[in-house]
Design a binder for this molecule. Structure first.
Ligand code: NDP
Length: 250
């Protein structure tokens, strides 16, 4: 297991699914974990679970669509622990609708959370790291999707948002290499979470899984090793890379 002792990691979208699991994993690897999202009750329960297991966690309210909220969340983390050493920009949404039918408000919302929100989270994190002088060990991990490089049926806006996020990660990596902050992108395959739970019970969802080479969904724990490595000191020479972890789905 990667050692994250002495590191502060902020994780967005930590109130459920992948983000919640990465928070638990980072805490058991020794990190102080700031868990960010909008649902305070879920974050409080997660903090309780981490603390009960002997870890250290802090819940911060953050709406990644709102820059003032992103800034206020970083302020809260800094007040408690100083600037984070690592940020996992994981918050994301999806709306399943064909390109012909999707409401343009939904299109904007998907891009707003998955791309603009990831940018706001990453940029504010980098600003804090630079100001605090922690950038030599600074890590930013953007969570995209296999939809960044594979056409997934019925979710054009989602795929567009994730492709933009993956490319943005490579661009940020180039820009921030000179200040010492590493930026990488994680592209998970399908995992059953709140994001897609109902869909996997549908005929379309079941057909999709039946077509995977291993005929199964992944588990959130399948992402832990890669994600923790990418926010650790061990990944010091890794930046601008896109990591697909998808059990062969794409
Ligand atoms: P969940 O729906 O379980 O989690 C999404 C998280 O994002 C929640 O914690 C939610 O918290 C948060 N969130 C949504 N909108 C906002 C917002 N405006 N501001 C702050 N937080 C927000 O889904 P997953 O765990 O599956 O998704 C996590 C990431 O992984 C997403 O980026 C998703 O696209 C990506 N992914 C998921 C895959 C899958 O198959 N599950 C596959 C590939 C990528 P709250 O509502 O409390 O704010």
């Amino acid at each position: 297991m990667t050692d994250l002792s002495g590191r502060t990691v902020l994780i967005t979208g930590a109130s459920s699914g992948i983000g919640a699991n990465l928070a638990l994993a980072a805490a058991s690897a020794g990190a102080r974990v700031a868990v960010a999202a909008r649902r305070a009750d879920k974050l409080a329960a997660l903090v309780g679970e981490i603390e009960a297991a002997g870890g250290t966690a802090l819940a911060v309210s953050m709406d990644v669509e709102d820059e003032a909220s992103v800034i206020a969340a970083y302020d809260a983390v800094e007040a408690a622990w100083g600037a984070p050493d690592a940020v996992i920009a994981n918050a994301g949404i999806n709306v399943r609708a064909s390109a012909l039918d999707i409401a343009i408000e939904d299109f904007d919302k998907i891009l707003g959370v998955n791309t603009r929100g990831v940018f706001l989270t990453a940029r504010e994190g980098a600003r804090r790291m630079i100001k605090a002088g922690v950038e030599a060990r600074g890590r930013v991990l953007l969570v995209a999707s296999i939809g960044a490089h594979k056409v997934l049926p019925g979710i054009t806006a989602y795929c567009a948002s994730k492709a933009a996020t993956a490319h943005m990660g490579k661009s940020l990596a180039r820009e921030w290499a000179r200040v010492g902050i590493n930026v990488n992108v994680l592209c998970p395959g399908y995992i059953r979470t709140e994001l897609n739970d109902a869909w996997f019970d549908s005929e379309g969802g079941q057909k999709l899984v039946a077509g995977f080479p291993r005929k199964r969904l992944m588990d959130t724990s399948d992402l832990e090793a890669t994600a923790l490595y990418l926010v650790s000191d061990a990944s010091r020479a890794v930046t601008g890379s896109v990591f697909t972890v998808d059990d062969g789905q794409s």
